[in-house]
Every structure is written in C-alpha cells, then in structure tokens.
Design a protein around this ligand. Structure first.
Ligand SMILES: [Zn+2]
Length: 69
C-alpha cells in the first residue's frame, strides 16, 4: 500500500478506509479529516482495482499535505 503522510491538520496517523460503494478514502481518526481519491464513481475498487483505488486516495491525501492546506 502507498505510504500515507501524517495528518496535515493534527499530525495524527491516518488510515486507508473503504465505504459501502467500494470507494477508498483516507481518514484521520484524531481529527476526523477525510480525503477522497476522486469525486466520481470510476475509482471504485470494482472498476479500477483495489491497488489503484488505494493509490488514488493516498495520492490525494499526500498532495493535500504538500500543499499545506
Ligand atoms: Zn488529523
């Protein structure tokens, strides 16, 4: 799995989660921050595979950290 940077808001340890639609997202249990890979349905695990879905979510999370927002 792609490595996740610490939470940009609180420095907590995020984890990879999955909803009932089969979409991956990154969640920070400390402050509740959530980052999704994309807004569309085409990144469901059933469509693009679990590895790609996780990478999309991880990339979005890590980019947020890079941008400082
Ligand atoms: Zn946090």
């Amino acid at each position: 799995m792609a490595k996740l940077k610490p939470c940009p808001f609180c420095g907590g340890e995020p984890y990879m989660a999955q909803n009932y639609l089969g979409q991956k997202y990154v969640n920070c249990p400390e402050c509740g921050a959530v980052v999704w890979g994309k807004d569309t349905d085409d990144w469901r695990i059933s469509t693009i595979g679990e590895k790609k879905a996780e990478k999309a979510a991880a990339d979005a999370w890590n980019r947020r950290d890079d941008n400082g927002n």
